[in-house]
Design a protein around this ligand. Structure first.
Ligand code: ADP
Ligand code: MG
Length: 258
């Protein structure tokens, strides 16, 4: 069953068409990967679905409901969570505080609400702490909960970013290059975590350049090139698709595929 349905999704920045007339469905409970060369429109595609950008045209249905014009904080409440390509954590705060504050920032419209705690929020504080610990346990970071983010490894930061997304109790998480800049062994560890997320019932949609990882992980892959969908299918279908090989897999990007 489709959790998210996209029809004619298009985003223009001035004269540039970053996402061009994309029709696609994201299946519930599955792992979907978006691949394509740099500048293909992958991050923009995520920004549209998660409400950080408004589409120029096209529609976005979430559980059959039109959310095309829904802003990001409402999308987060509906169950759409994401991580960003460059991990934007509070480096001087602890891991657990990042998860707690990040949760507030994502689900509330006003910075004021997120930073200054109301009486009700103080009552809810214990609950937020417990939930954050649960999520840190899920991503394997309980032991680092009280450490400053600035001193933890790059791989642990990636896991914190995923924990932030999971803390909002999402139905779907969008991960923008979660394994960028980490070594092959750590990449395998993140793949295991993504499978665990999907098995827990949360739909996973990821952007990744590491082909070996994606081919072993994704249920379904969509390939973007110059903003347009040039292919979609199972990993085997994508690997053997001549258009994809020419545009992406066969070219210079092979060097990036660990
Ligand atoms: P990818 O994630 O596949 O590398 P992006 O979605 O980041 O690609 O970018 C697609 C194209 O849209 C690029 O040409 C990029 O320069 C442009 N772009 C992305 N975001 C913006 C923006 N906020 N304003 C103007 N152009 C943008
Ligand atoms: Mg990107």
């Amino acid at each position: 069953m489709a959790l998210i349905q996209l029809q004619g999704l298009t985003k223009q920045f001035g004269g540039l068409t970053a996402v061009n007339d994309v029709d696609f469905e994201i299946e519930k409970g599955k792992i979907t990967a978006i691949i394509g060369p740099n500048g293909a429109g992958k991050s923009t595609f995520f920004n549209l679905i998660s409400g950080f950008h408004k589409p120029t045209s096209g529609t976005i249905l979430f559980e059959g409901k039109d959310i095309t014009k829904t802003p990001a904080h409402i999308g987060a409440r509906l169950g759409i969570a994401r991580t960003f390509q460059s991990t934007n954590l509070f480096e001087q705060a602890s891991v657990i505080d990042n998860v707690i504050v990040g949760h507030r920032l994502r689900t509330q419209s006003k910075l004021f609400d997120a930073i200054f705690r109301t009486k009700r929020e103080k009552r809810e504080e214990k609950e937020a702490y417990d939930r954050a610990m649960e999520v840190l346990d899920f991503v394997g970071l309980v032991d680092l909960a009280n450490l400053k983010v600035s001193i933890i490894s790059q791989e642990a930061k990636k896991r914190v970013a995923i924990a932030l997304a999971l803390a909002t109790d999402p139905k779907v998480v969008f991960l923008d290059e979660p394994a960028a800049g980490i070594n092959p062994e750590e990449t395998d560890g993140l793949a295991v975590l993504m499978k665990k997320i999907a098995q827990s019932g949360i739909t996973v949609c990821t952007i990744e350049h590491k082909m070996q990882m994606i081919m072993g992980l994704a249920d379904r892959i969509m390939v973007l090139n110059y903003g347009a969908k040039i292919a979609e299918g199972t990993p085997d279908e994508i690997k053997n698709n001549p258009t994809v090989i020419e545009a992406y897999l066969g070219g210079e990007t092979v060097a990036e595929t660990y």
